[in-house]
Design a protein. Structure first.
Ligand SMILES: Cc1cc2nc3c(=O)[nH]c(=O)nc-3n(C[C@H](O)[C@H](O)[C@H](O)COP(=O)(O)O)c2cc1C
Length: 166
């Protein structure tokens, strides 16, 4: 089986998870940024694509790859600002799956919490007033504080388990 890991990452969380996954796949498996993804993906049996959550969807750069995966097998992973069990995280993964070419279903998915850049948090708090669903709240502050340690060692172990499954 031939594999390729492709990822989109701005602040490094998804890159870190992508590298852990590629490490666990057969030696020599390429691990490339979405902007460097080969035009022709047909020589790979399995495409493993990682993206970051942006407003309930895969980030725009990852979307340009998502829509052109016609391979036999595709696996998706995502990092996001919320814990993976939250509905928001699952809905974001479902939205990304819906962008795959028709009939394409991932053989597996993995969601990992990732720290949110403090500059982004500050911008959000400035944009949305307290009381607004996206504004500052005790719960949101706590989530960002807890999220600041992710991806952690346990997340990386789970990412490697995902790689072994695919
Ligand atoms: C513009 C922007 C929008 C975001 N939107 C969401 C979102 O809708 N849901 C979410 O859970 N996280 C959101 N995040 C958090 C990122 O998905 C999270 O920090 C991710 O791990 C970043 O990945 P990276 O370090 O690979 O760039 C957003 C971050 C940015 C910068």
């Amino acid at each position: 089986m031939t594999y390729i890991v492709i990822y989109s990452s701005v602040t490094g969380n998804t890159k870190q998870v992508a590298e852990a996954i590629a490490d666990e796949l057969p030696q020599g498996t390429p691990c490339v940024r979405a902007q460097d993804a080969p035009e022709d993906l047909s020589r790979y049996d399995v495409v493993c694509l990682g993206f970051w959550a942006n407003q309930l969807q895969a980030d725009a750069l990852a979307q340009t790859v998502l829509t052109r995966i016609h391979n036999d097998k595709v696996a998706l992973f995502m990092t996001c600002g919320v814990p993976p069990m939250m509905k928001h995280a699952k809905d974001t993964m479902s939205a990304a799956i819906s962008l795959l070419p028709e009939g394409q279903t991932p053989i597996d998915t993995f969601i990992c919490q990732g720290k949110v850049d403090p500059k982004v948090i500050a911008l959000m708090y400035k944009k949305f007033p307290k009381g607004h669903p996206h504004g500052q709240s005790k719960e949101r502050d706590e989530r960002h504080k807890e999220g600041a340690t992710h991806p952690d060692a346990n997340d990386i172990a789970l990412a490697k388990e995902f790689a072994r499954r695919i």
